[in-house]
Design a protein. Structure first.
Length: 197
């Protein structure tokens, strides 16, 4: 059994941070599931449609999946790095609760303090570990779906187009109409420095 965790939205100007963890029991995976999972890679290497296609395959093959979301206010009050580590910790705890201690736990890029279980940070893990890549897909699809809904609630910032990342369209929208309730005010960005906030 292997558990992997990753996040989406760490580098965004707006929207939540979403961490996901996926537990695979490789002894129970069918040949069909293994073939489907062979397409896994870092979510950023897939187009949106491919991520959406992989999402149900991951959910169907995984023994467990946990998704943790951290809101903008929490990110601003605790800081991005602390929030990220806590979200990854909570996600990996969710999929490993009650499973044997010998489960291999892999986390993309970071060692997570206070996890309470042996784990290994893997730099670039979303491109080398199926469990981390699966978590990357789940986190990214979940967050992107949220930001598409947010676009309807907060029109004018084009959240469905850039999903909160710092793009020219997003920076132009901030300059034109300021920030929305979804914008992180603690994030030091050139887009914010141009505004009198």
């Amino acid at each position: 059994m292997v558990a992997g965790a990753d996040e989406a939205g760490r580098g965004c100007l707006a929207g939540p941070l979403v961490a996901a963890a996926v537990l695979f029991d490789y002894d129970r995976l069918t040949t069909r599931e293994l073939r489907a999972l062979a397409r896994l890679n870092d979510s950023k290497q897939h187009k949106a449609q491919a991520r959406e296609e992989l999402y149900p395959l991951v959910l169907g093959a995984a023994a467990r999946v946990t998704v943790v979301s951290r809101c903008v206010q929490g990110i601003d009050s605790r800081g991005l790095h602390k929030t990220n580590l806590a979200a990854l910790r909570d996600a990996i705890r969710g999929v490993t609760r009650g499973v044997p201690d010998e489960v291999m736990c892999l986390i993309d890029g970071f060692a997570v303090p206070e996890f309470g279980r042996p784990h290994r940070p893997v730099v670039g893990g979303d491109a080398t570990s199926a469990a981390i890549a699966a978590a990357s897909i789940v986190a990214k699809v979940t967050r992107d779906r949220y930001m598409h809904r947010a676009d309807e609630l907060h029109p004018g910032w084009s959240f469905a187009e850039h999903v909160g990342y710092s793009t020219p369209v997003h920076r132009e929208a901030i300059g034109r109409q300021g920030v929305s309730p979804l914008h992180r005010m603690s994030f030091q960005s050139a887009a914010y420095q141009q505004l009198a906030l």
